[in-house]
Design a protein around this ligand. Structure first.
Ligand SMILES: O=C(O)CCC(=O)C(=O)O
Ligand SMILES: [Fe+2]
Length: 268
């Protein structure tokens, strides 16, 4: 007998992206069918909020493996497993230093410096400030689709250089297309970000800088965004092929997260 569809328990959380899925308790187990439905919902909404998930780091890892192979991250890992990142700290409210952010501060898609950056990231809220510490997300399909035709034409075949050296001298760099095509939905998305994208290849520095500045500004227009206000035990999953995100550093208290990143394909 087919399992009941979870689609009835899905509500959109933003105009541009995101859906909240109620009625799932991952700690009680899940079927292939549920995973398939979640994958479909991810393709449709680009970000899923699964509230009230009581999972250890190892259980989160096991759930992550349902989506594919997991990557590790050079900057941080959980004490129980290298396949879960432990992200924690006090963002020291508004103490900005140029080029220095709390982990995930600044608009980015995850690990774009990697040869096969993660398709999916999952973040599981452990400890939260009383207020603040939201994460903002921006739909990069909409960002691409709303560019004017001349810009679309200009960037169609461009590639950009992405560096991982912010995480250590031996971390890799990669070159990826400025516009990537989602390998499951076929939809195009803008794929450059202020954290890791250093320059457009085969273009004079000044032109590259101007073009990137223009693209970054457009990509993060508020119209494309959803801002998630976290509750403890929220598990938020997003598609890095479709969205960028920004961890907002507007708090002083401790904020800790468990995180998984699911290996993707080479962006094309
Ligand atoms: O802590 C957050 O809200 C997001 C951090 C981040 O960028 C990430 O987990 O990839
Ligand atoms: Fe991130």
């Amino acid at each position: 007998m087919a399992e009941p569809a979870i689609k009835n328990d899905v509500t959109r959380v933003g105009v541009s992206l995101g859906a909240r899925v109620e009625g799932i308790n991952l700690a009680a187990g899940y079927s292939e069918y549920t995973i398939r439905e979640l994958r479909d919902l991810m393709l449709e909404h680009h970000l899923l909020v699964l509230p009230d998930q009581h999972l250890s780091a190892l259980e989160l890892e096991a759930f992550g493996r349902e989506w594919g192979d997991l990557l590790t991250h050079p900057a941080t890992k959980h004490r129980d497993t290298p396949y879960v990142q432990f992200i924690g700290g006090r963002a020291r409210m508004f103490k900005f230093t140029v080029g220095v952010h709390p982990f995930g501060g600044g608009w980015h898609s995850d690990m774009t410096w990697h040869a096969t950056p993660p398709h999916i990231t999952g973040l599981h809220a452990q400890q939260l400030p009383a207020m603040g510490g939201d994460t903002a997300f921006a739909n990069q399909h909409l960002a691409y689709e709303t560019l004017d035709d001349a810009t679309k034409e200009e960037i169609a075949d461009l590639k950009a250089f992405h560096t991982g050296k912010v995480f250590g001298p031996d971390v890799e760099d990669s070159i990826h297309p400025v516009v990537r095509t989602h390998n499951e939905s076929g939809r195009k998305a803008l794929y450059v970000n202020g954290n890791f994208t250093k320059y457009i290849c085969d273009m004079p520095d000044d032109d590259s800088e101007k073009l990137l500045f223009k693209l970054f500004a457009h990509a993060t227009r508020p119209e494309f965004t959803y801002r998630h206000r976290w509750e403890i035990n929220d598990l938020v999953l997003w598609d890095n092929r479709s969205v960028m995100h920004y961890a907002i550093g507007d708090y002083n208290e401790l904020r800790t997260m468990h995180r998984i990143v699911v290996k993707g394909d080479v962006p094309v």
